[in-house]
Design a protein around this ligand. Structure first.
Ligand SMILES: Cc1cc2nc3c(=O)[nH]c(=O)nc-3n(C[C@H](O)[C@H](O)[C@H](O)COP(=O)(O)OP(=O)(O)OC[C@H]3O[C@@H](n4cnc5c(N)ncnc54)[C@H](O)[C@@H]3O)c2cc1C
Length: 380
């Protein structure tokens, strides 16, 4: 039976970032991936600068496009922000994730694809993993297996405490004229769908267009996507269109991130940003935090848990908690939001762009400021 100090389930950005750091520190690590690599991942592929600058290597060879300007559009507003560095780098996740995985193997990490985790025994000093290929023994398991996280279920997270929102993503080829017109900007349209937003992300030769909504009642995403395509983007000639649907966890679990020797990262933990549903950068960040925690603990599970939790509390968890409140304000009350945006929108979007750039976090007192400004607007 093979042994690794750490086994990571899932080769997305969270798993790859954790594996890269562990391998770099000389800790034996294997990444198990159920799909054959490279694999398609349903995602807009908009990678914000705060994530880009966390990576210790250049990603230019897998960047489809870089956007220094971003557009935020609503019924009564249209704001544009611009920075000296690319605010959003567009990637296709099959190429991007595979590039990260290659970096892991260059550092000495082992990556096993076509290898699905099917069982987990956590009853002794070591963890034993059953997979579709072989049995593996380890000291630490990192669950980086995304929104559905079968690993978390096997490890005892039996109640769903994250908020999972449905999203539809289309890879769309349009006419040359439409591509020329629409490929100049990255846009987020917050009034295109109730309780969420629609996006148009230009890639090298096509557009990734999608819709996501946190509305608690049933919603016909396809209807809003089609309306967005025809009414907002004014596309009437579609050359080809591939539909993909999945869920995005936009709030963290409330029942912990570590059980026995199993550590949750990325979507498995619920670390996507609640306001933007942007999950790649926090996946990378949480992957790096858990790798540092394991290395600093000298492979002591209890110590690693304490260190991981304190690292999460430094920035990631407080930021996400504020984000959850902001998302409620932003998506649940569109009329008030739009009044607010009309008056303060450019400043708010500049601040949001600074969060994308990793220049600032959400202010912890933001809800007080929002409430004060809304009161001022309504009663002036
Ligand atoms: C429609 C849509 C659009 C999005 N757009 C964006 C965007 O533009 N920008 C952004 O930042 N975020 C976006 N996100 C969110 C982003 O895709 C996720 O937050 C991110 O991929 C999470 O990374 P991860 O490494 O945690 O998990 P994932 O990237 O989901 O990787 C998990 C991996 O685990 C593997 N796996 C699962 N089960 C097993 C098993 N039993 N055994 C072995 N392997 C297993 C999977 O095959 C997968 O490769 C979007 C999400 C959706 C659904």
């Amino acid at each position: 039976m093979k042994y690794f100090d750490v086994v990571i389930v899932g080769s997305g950005p969270a798993g790859a970032a954790a594996a890269f750091k562990l391998a770099e520190k000389g800790i034996s690590v294997a990444v198990l991936e159920k799909e054959t690599l490279p694999r398609y991942k349903t995602c807009g592929g908009g990678f914000v600068y705060r994530g880009v600058k966390m990576l210790p290597f250049d990603i230019a060879e897998v960047a489809e496009r870089e956007f220094y300007k971003v557009d935020l559009v609503g019924d009564n507003f249209h704001f544009v922000t611009e920075r000296d560095q690319p605010v959003i780098t567009m990637v296709m996740r099959d190429t991007f994730d595979n590039f990260l995985v290659k970096k892991v193997t260059e550092k000495g990490g082992v990556v096993i694809d076509d290898c699905k985790l099917t069982g987990l025994d956590l009853n002794g000093e070591f963890a034993f993993l059953s997979t579709s290929k072989e049995e593996i023994k380890t000291r630490f398991v990192i669950a980086a297996d995304g929104a559905l996280s079968p690993t978390a279920k096997m490890a005892g997270w039996d109640k769903e405490t994250r908020l999972l929102i449905p999203a539809l993503e289309y890879e769309v080829k349009v006419s040359d004229a439409d591509f020329e017109r629409l490929s100049q900007s990255v846009r987020f349209d917050v009034d295109a769908i109730p309780g969420g937003y629609a996006w148009s992300f230009p890639k090298k030769n096509h557009l990734s267009i999608g819709v996501a909504s946190g509305k608690r009642t049933k919603i016909n995403l396809k209807h809003y996507y089609q309306e967005y395509l025809t009414k907002t983007l004014k596309i009437d000639n579609i050359i080809s269109e591939e539909q993909h649907g999945f869920q995005i966890p936009v709030s963290p679990r409330t029942d912990g991130f570590v059980k026995n020797s199993v550590f949750l990262v990325g979507d498995a933990a619920g670390f996507a940003d609640s306001v933007t549903a942007e999950g790649i950068s926090n996946s990378i960040y949480s992957g790096m935090l858990v790798a540092d925690a394991i290395a600093e603990s000298n492979l002591d599970v209890k110590k690693a848990e304490e260190i991981y939790m304190s690292k999460l509390e430094e920035r990631l968890l407080p930021e996400i908690k504020v984000g959850v409140l902001m998302a409620k304000f932003f998506y649940d009350q569109p009329k008030i939001r739009n009044l607010f945006m009309k008056k303060y929108g450019q400043g708010a979007f500049e601040a949001m762009t600074d969060v994308f750039m990793g220049k600032r976090s959400y202010p912890t007192d933001i809800m007080k400021t929002l409430k004060r400004r809304v009161k001022g607007m309504l009663f002036s």
